[in-house]
Write a protein that binds this ligand. Structure first.
Ligand SMILES: [Zn+2]
Length: 138
């Protein structure tokens, strides 16, 4: 997170940034994120089929960035005062990282239910980057 990402590589990955894509294993039915390489459940290689998860799950790890964010997140940090970053175990079983939105990140804790939504991430080189974020389930 926070590593420099050029415009071409952002565009190339745009599809997977607007929605999460998991790999469903044709051998064991397990889910892997990102959908590449070996299945995290059975280690089979070349068995992952891309599927779109429901986007709901449970927070398994959480942190709040209140200072020292990478430069591309500085404006967001100024605007929000804090950025929440979570690791979510989706209902399909795969674990995906994401930023929190539409809430006070200090009030989100492990075990909370969240859902994914598409939100502005940051602006770089004049292009606004969007991606999936998580917010507490209503
Ligand atoms: Zn498998």
């Amino acid at each position: 997170m926070g590593a420099y990402l050029s415009v071409p590589s952002w565009v190339r990955n745009l599809d997977s940034r607007y929605r999460f894509v998991l790999g469903e294993c044709t051998e064991c039915g397990g889910y892997t994120f990102p959908p590449e390489g070996a299945c995290v459940e059975c280690n089979a290689v070349g068995t992952l089929e891309p599927v779109e998860p429901a986007g709901t799950g449970e927070v398994v790890a959480q942190t709040v960035i209140e200072s020292g964010a990478p430069p591309e997140f500085a404006a967001l940090l100024d605007a929000q005062g804090a950025i929440g970053v979570v690791l979510v175990e989706l209902d399909e079983g795969a674990r995906v990282p994401g930023m929190l939105t539409d809430c006070d990140p200090r009030e989100v804790a492990r075990g909370d239910r969240v859902e994914s939504v598409v939100r502005r991430i940051y602006e770089q080189e004049g292009i606004v980057r969007y991606g999936a974020k998580f917010r507490p389930e209503p």
